[in-house]
Design a protein around this ligand. Structure first.
Ligand code: COA
Length: 178
């Protein structure tokens, strides 16, 4: 079952043929700068081994954001739910869009549809997002989707010779507004 983001955009499961596009995105310095994790250059061999080594029924769900135009599919970015805790019913949400598709409202739509899937399909109760303190678009996207700032980890992430604060945003199932 794919997740509809809007009339043109869908989240579908990440597949092996997406790896080149995913790697191209994660290897861009401005994308690395905005994310926590994925901090090292990725090469095709290691990337494929990683993908083929992923356990089935894992506590992570990875998606590609795609758009279908005239029967052909365009890849726009990725998203996922990490560290799904089936007992306490929470998970971490994350996403990254190709820079060509940023700033057009897609991030907000994606966060809303993935939150809806997490709460209504997976029956999770809480989502959390970790945002680098200087990542304004990410902060705004989560706030505009109903997430609240719950705290700040001081000097948590080391990048380019400096420690940066990491902010925690949370959303409970009952806080989702239509
Ligand atoms: C963060 C990200 C997912 C947001 O998605 P997006 O499609 O670019 O964002 P949206 O267009 O939905 O805008 C969300 C809000 O962010 C703000 N925003 C968007 N682009 C911005 C920019 N270039 N500068 C400052 N604020 C910006 C706006 O407040 C906007 O809300 P508004 O349009 O209602 O005012 C996307 O920019 C991205 O992939 N960035 C790189 C990876 C990343 O940072 N991932 C998140 C890690 S926690």
């Amino acid at each position: 079952m794919n997740i509809q983001v809007d009339e043109k955009h869908w989240l579908r499961s990440l597949q092996e043929s997406d790896l080149g596009l995913l790697r191209g995105l994660l290897n861009q310095p401005e994308i690395e700068e905005s994310l926590v994790g994925w901090n090292f250059p990725l090469n095709p061999d290691e990337h494929l081994k990683w993908f083929r080594g992923l356990p089935l029924g894992a506590t992570t769900q990875r998606f590609s954001l795609v758009r279908t135009l005239d029967g052909s599919e365009e890849w726009l970015g990725f998203a996922g739910l990490w560290d799904i805790n089936w007992k306490d019913r929470h998970a971490e949400i994350g996403l990254a869009l190709d820079p060509k598709y940023q700033g057009q409202g897609l991030g907000k739509k994606l966060i809303r549809s993935l939150s809806e899937y997490a709460f209504s399909v997976l029956n999770l109760h809480r989502l959390e997002a970790f945002v680098l303190a200087y990542n304004g678009p990410s902060r705004q996207a989560f706030l505009k989707c109903g997430f609240s700032h719950e705290g700040t980890f001081r000097n948590k992430v080391f990048k380019r010779g400096t420690y940066f604060d990491l902010e925690l945003y949370g959303l409970l199932a009952e806080e989702v507004t239509p």
